[in-house]
Design a binder for this molecule. Structure first.
Ligand code: GLO
Ligand code: MG
Length: 344
């Protein structure tokens, strides 16, 4: 029974509270100080953007990048932490304004591929074999601006490039339907799984499912997880919560819709998620209203809610559930779940 879960988050999840309409409202915390917070909050894994580990990496050569990443690896070890994954931050540089791998400008596409190789060097130096690709700007504001068939080929080409560069790395695509783009090229789990089979090594390409992104696509996170699990492609998750079709809210896991969170935990726990070393990854933001000293509660709370939901998923009357399914009495099943969630 007892699956022991390990949790991770990225340093960007402890943040100053800036949003598109207002500036920072909390003091920045250095990376080294953030690392000291992980264990206290109950976390063992650190998710990285390449430049979280090696700031200003575009100004450094490969040797300098690797040296810096190795120092970060030592820092992690001294805190008893592990790097879960590295993701290339391909959405901030002026060269990626029109997309990275799908930019209409060839020199920008070359930059994106080169940066991705350096990102893999960083992952290697940090001791992780997992890459996350959130394809932030691979999409369009104006449909006629790009060719959607060519875009898929370009993304496959970029993934093949990474697969060939390092034969150890696995790549988890993080689908998101929109934001910052009006329409993204890899909007759902199905798209990510399908694209994996166009690559040179499908077994090394899977998904990172983020709750909020699935909801923004109008789909159900637990069903998307089941889909990925059926293909053995759920390499990691970004748990959080989302209130309807708004901006990407990255709220505390389970804080908006507890039953939806319960169903994500239920499917993960039922299929032994974590047993092959997968982390329970969070991608949650503190509300802008939180004051400095209480701006990490979203992380600890998400973890607590997850673990509480594991207990709830396990302690359900499974026999009764089976019986109600056999009788096709779904009204009663509905009530059983609600009662159980309400502690009755
Ligand atoms: C934004 C994404 C983002 C990624 C992170 C890792 O919507 O969820 O937070 O998960 O940059 O690539
Ligand atoms: Mg995410």
């Amino acid at each position: 029974m007892a699956g022991k879960y390990r949790f991770s988050f990225g340093p960007w999840n402890i943040h100053e509270g800036a949003d598109p309409f207002g500036p920072a409202v909390r003091r920045p915390i250095t990376f080294a100080k953030k690392l000291k917070m992980y264990k206290k909050l109950g976390f063992d894994g650190v998710q990285f953007h390449d430049d979280d580990a090696v700031p200003n990496m575009d100004e450094l050569n490969t040797n300098q990048i690797v040296r810096k990443a190795k120092q970060v690896c030592k820092l992690l070890e001294s805190e008893g932490l592990a790097a879960e994954f590295v993701a290339p931050r391909l959405w901030e540089d002026p060269r990626t304004i029109d997309g990275a791998y799908t930019s209409n400008d060839a020199t920008s596409r070359t930059y994106a591929k080169e940066r991705s190789r350096r990102m893999i060097d960083i992952a290697d130096a940090l001791g992780t074999k997992l890459i996350v690709l959130w394809l932030a700007r691979e999409g369009t504001y104006v449909r006629e601006a790009k060719d959607s068939k060519v875009a898929v080929e370009q993304i496959v080409g970029a993934i093949n490039d990474m697969l060939a560069y390092n034969s150890q790395m696995k790549i988890a695509i993080e689908p998101k339907p929109n934001e910052p783009m009006d329409q993204a090229y890899i909007p759902t789990t199905g798209h990510a799984v399908a694209i994996s089979y166009l690559t040179d090594d499908p077994g090394r390409v899977g998904v990172n499912i983020e709750t909020a992104h699935v909801i923004l696509a109008g789909l159900d996170p637990s069903d998307e997880m089941g889909f990925a699990l059926a293909y053995d492609k759920l390499f990691t998750v970004h748990l959080n919560d989302q209130n309807g079709l708004k901006f990407d809210e990255d709220r505390t896991f389970g804080a908006i819709n507890l039953r939806r969170a319960f169903n994500q935990v239920r499917v993960l726990d039922a299929y032994d998620y974590g047993k092959k070393g997968e982390f329970v990854g969070l991608d949650v933001k503190a509300m802008r209203t939180q004051k400095q000293q209480v701006a990490t509660k979203h992380l600890a709370n998400s973890r607590t809610i997850f673990l509480r939901l594991v207990e709830i998923a396990r302690s359900i009357d499974h026999k009764q559930v089976k019986k109600l399914i056999a009788q096709r009495d779904y009204e009663e099943l509905d009530m059983l779940i609600i009662n159980h969630l309400m502690g009755k």
